[in-house]
Design a protein around this ligand. Structure first.
Ligand code: UDP
Length: 495
């Protein structure tokens, strides 16, 4: 039967984190490039980020709708529309409360009752994992509801296994390693301390939002994942079998636009990075980044920094939260790295703002990536054919590390065992004394970098495997490729 309704997908990212907004906007751009009408719903503070990505991809048929986020009504400062803008862990429950009210405003908008109306009736909703309120809206409108977590399929599969089989409950201590046998024959050995917040004894989020997320996951019609089927050794199919839901791998979404940047549109930081990279030799630079907001205790940052300034390779180091470091750490950074200059001779270039990561990873002078294993970064590295040294901080990043190192063979582990406390995982049970000490010493970092940048047989083999992934990633989004087909399926899955 011929379809008479034009597909119109409404994407509602979890507004709490840039790393959720970025890939969902990119999914919107990919869907629009396949001919669907798309609306990306966001908040006024996050709208410029969304709009700038849409403008760079410039597909027709995509609308960005900024709906006010009721921060003040929930007791947050005006404009506090993401977790990285919160004042302290005590604000986290307020943020979730504000997000619920945001859901009511989004529902009014999608019903067409607001002052500004959706361009046309939605045929499908894709929702960030913490926006459980989208389910009621989708049911009311009679359209399918997909969830987007921002995690990879392997991590989602491990999380599903943990929920169902609870292997973590059988271990005696938070440091004892146990296996999550979700993807045989591969092992995934982690400790309880290294699990995502759902399985930690107490977090600043409280149990409520986590319970709601789980109920939402169980009720949705399907899962959209930023990955490609060829990457995670059958994890997408296993996830579909384990959850009984459609799993649509539609990535890597970072390939939705060219990594090369328009010099006119580049920020000062971006210009500095790219100009500096241009002066370096092929595959000689180590790129170091811990995601959109990843920070570490000052003592740890300095051990890392000492390794970066004394290793033999040029280093491009993104440091978030530099302004909040204690004075001695600030002084050390100032004296030992080049945070402002653009000299070709700079050994360690520090970026305190926003680095153009996808363009950096695609640059021919970059030879290795020291990463916190956030899924966005992991997939961007895979899509760029870049080997990684892994330094997970929290959430599902320790599981991603196992995928990178043990399953894909494109990474070397730095050997971090303890998570770094962050605003979401702040927990009374695990205490904070251990976190203020440096777990990883300078020598340990140096060893990992040596293996990462190794030009011998082991390093070459990692490089070859990473380059293979790059080719497969590109193929997945080309006409007829796995992600291309899944995007089509998502567009036409409406009831
Ligand atoms: N990112 C970037 N520049 C930065 C920091 C981060 O472009 O200076 C992007 C990165 O390319 C990725 C996202 O922010 O798309 C980070 O996502 P990820 O899942 O790796 O980590 P998270 O921020 O959730 O910890």
């Amino acid at each position: 039967m011929e379809r008479t309704v034009k597909p119109h997908l409404v994407l509602i990212p979890w507004q709490g984190a840039i790393s959720h907004i970025i890939p969902m906007t990119d999914i919107g751009c990919l869907l629009a490039s396949h001919g669907a009408a798309v609306t990306v719903i966001t908040t006024p503070a996050n709208a410029p980020l969304v709009q700038s990505r849409v403008d760079r991809a410039a597909p027709p048929g995509i609308t960005v709708a900024a709906i006010p986020f009721p921060a003040a009504e929930a007791g947050l400062p005006e404009g506090c529309e993401r977790l990285d803008l919160l004042r302290s862990p005590a604000d986290v429950p307020r943020f979730f409360a504000a997000n619920k009210r945001f859901g009511e405003a989004v529902a009014r908008y999608c019903r067409g009752a607001g002052a500004s109306l959706l361009p046309c009736r939605p045929t499908c909703i894709v929702s960030g994992m913490s926006n459980s309120w989208t389910l009621g809206l989708a049911r009311e409108l009679g359209v399918p509801c997909y969830v987007f977590h921002g995690f990879g399929a392997f991590a989602l599969l491990c999380i599903e296994h943990l929920f169902k089989h609870r292997p973590h409950e059988a271990v005696a201590s938070p440091d004892e390693l146990f296996d999550i046998p979700a993807l045989p024959p591969f092992e995934c050995r982690v400790s309880r301390r290294q699990l995502p917040p759902h399985f930690l004894p107490s977090t600043s989020m409280g149990g409520g939002p986590l319970q709601e997320m789980r109920e939402f996951d169980l009720a949705v019609d399907g899962i959209v994942v930023n990955t490609f089927e060829e990457l995670e050794h059958g994890s997408t199919a296993l996830l579909a079998a384990a959850t009984g839901k459609k799993v649509l791998a539609v990535g890597p979404v970072s390939l939705s636009r060219s990594p090369s940047l328009d010099p006119q549109a580049m920020s000062e930081d971006a210009r500095r990075c790219m100009a500096w990279l241009d002066t370096k030799a092929s595959k000689s630079v180590v790129y170091v980044s811990f995601g959109s907001a990843g920070c570490m205790p000052a003592a740890q940052l300095m051990q890392l920094g000492m390794a970066l300034v004394s290793c033999p390779w040029p280093v491009l180091w993104v440091v978030k939260g530099a302004d909040t470091l204690p004075d001695d750490a600030k002084k050390w950074l100032r004296e030992n790295t080049d945070a402002d200059g653009v000299a070709d001779t700079t050994k360690c270039l520090v970026v305190r703002g926003w680095a153009p990561q996808v363009a950096i990873l695609a640059h021919p002078t970059v030879g290795g990536f020291l990463t916190h294993c956030g899924w966005g970064s992991t997939l961007e590295a895979a899509a760029a054919g870049m080997p990684m040294a892994t330094w997970p901080l929290f959430a599902e990043q320790f599981v991603n590390e196992r995928l990178i190192v043990d399953v894909l063979g494109v990474g070397v582990s730095v050997g971090v065992t303890k998570p770094t406390e962050n605003i979401l995982t702040a927990s009374k049970t695990y205490g904070s004394e251990a976190e203020v000490e440096a777990e990883v010493g300078m020598e340990q970092v140096m060893e990992a970098l040596e293996r990462l940048m190794d030009q011998g047989a082991e390093g070459e083999e990692r490089w070859r495997k990473a380059q293979e992934l790059k080719l497969k990633a590109k193929g997945a989004l080309e006409k007829g490729g796995s992600s291309y087909v899944n995007l089509e399926n998502l567009i036409h899955s409406f009831v």
